[in-house]
Design a protein around this ligand. Structure first.
Ligand SMILES: [Zn+2]
Length: 379
């Protein structure tokens, strides 16, 4: 299939870009982005080992080159401390097995009726999951390890504001309870998702028990890929629903930026949860834009789970198994997560007002011992 060639070329350019950056770095050589692109695409096409790159849309190669640059930068910035938050691993080379993708901007594709035309590939039949609201500016074509193909379009959607409402909410993200809000609402990871995750874990163990190169291994790998997709789709669907409810019911939603949250500081945060949280925050942000509501991320670390949301006393760190605690100062009994969400709400409001130049008078400003009462005033 002609698409396979594009996947292959995008992967090769991505890997060549990473390798070249690495070599340049080791040799102490500075290499500009345009020079790198010239070497891995333009010049490479002239060599016998890479001349087949000319057979696919060059915009897909340029995008692969850009993706590699971003991955490398993120890692490098994380290493040198420019980028805050959790350490980002070294970018990995793309493998032939596994998820394949390439991205095209306007000059690499068009829509012809119900079909997708890809430059140098031709027309592809598409089963549309929903109609596009406007002309897409880019498309990503993906092949999952389970053999399915997807096309994901980037489209601009005009905002459709919802009527204003007075409610605002802070959310706390967690492991067992996915979301807890400042008004005490608890949204768990649904049972059907957990069941699917368990099945996936089982299948993964099964895969590791099969012999390399055996037919059983091929079957087991396929099974893992299918379950992976199901978990991913279920999680995404669930996240859409939560995000919509939060944005619909509240004028403003506040959350901690994952990079500065307490979660980023624990070893508990497995990549799987991390991805789920990031996805949820992205969806809330998108929907807030769509419905003209506010979504604000707190970008400064605050000890949300240690501070009493009523009186502002920092009561010290609490091990994760402590679900409820009583404030030493004002004797309020707190649900750990609801209290954290209330602090998120207060801190979020404070940051937002500060940014607007207003005066901050939250009921309880997050304060550490010694700072109690020193409200951050007018910005
Ligand atoms: Zn208190």
């Amino acid at each position: 299939m002609a698409l396979a060639r594009v996947f292959g070329c995008a992967r090769v350019v991505y890997n060549d870009s990473l390798r070249l950056r690495e070599q340049a770095h080791e040799a102490g050589e500075k290499i500009s982005d345009s020079e790198l692109q010239r070497r891995v695409i333009t010049h490479a096409k002239l060599t016998p080992e890479r001349e087949w790159l000319a057979g696919v849309p060059s915009v897909a190669l340029v995008q692969a080159c850009n993706d590699a640059r971003r991955a490398y930068r993120n890692w490098f910035d994380s290493l040198s401390g420019v980028r805050k938050g959790r350490h980002i691993g070294h970018p990995v080379f793309r493998r032939k097995r596994g998820r394949q993708s390439f991205r095209l901007t306007r000059n690499g594709f068009s829509l012809r009726g119900q079909r997708l035309y890809v430059a140098k590939v031709g027309e592809i039949a598409v089963r549309w999951s929903r109609p596009l609201p406007s002309v897409p500016s880019s498309v990503t074509v993906i092949r999952d390890p389970d053999g399915r193909y997807y096309a994901s379009f980037v489209v601009d959607r005009p905002a459709t504001p919802l009527p204003a409402c007075a409610r605002e909410v802070g959310v706390d993200l967690g492991l067992n309870r996915l979301v807890v809000t400042s008004d005490g609402q608890i949204i768990a990871n649904p049972r059907f998702l957990r069941a699917k995750e368990r099945k996936l874990a089982q299948a993964q163990r099964g895969l590791s028990r099969t012999a390399k190169g055996s037919a059983n291994r091929v079957k087991a790998r396929r099974r893992v890929a299918v379950l992976h997709r199901k978990v991913r789709e279920t999680r995404l669907d669930h996240a859409h629903k939560i995000a919509l409810a939060l944005v619909r019911d509240n004028q403003a939603v506040y959350a901690e930026d994952l990079a500065v949250s307490g979660l980023a500081r624990t070893r508990l945060a497995k990549s799987v949860y991390d991805a789920g949280w990031a996805q949820l925050l992205r969806l809330i942000s998108e929907k807030a834009g769509q419905y003209s509501r506010t979504f604000h991320r707190i970008d400064r670390f605050t000890p949300t789970s240690q501070t009493c949301s009523i009186c502002g006393t920092n009561d010290g760190p609490k091990p994760l198994h402590v679900r409820n605690w009583q404030c030493q100062t004002c004797a309020t009994v707190h649900d750990r997560d609801v209290n954290a969400a209330r602090n998120v709400l207060a801190a979020g409001r404070a940051e937002r007002l500060n940014a607007c130049g207003g005066t901050v008078r939250p009921a309880a400003l997050l304060a550490r011992p010694g700072e109690t009462g020193t409200h951050r005033g007018v910005a």
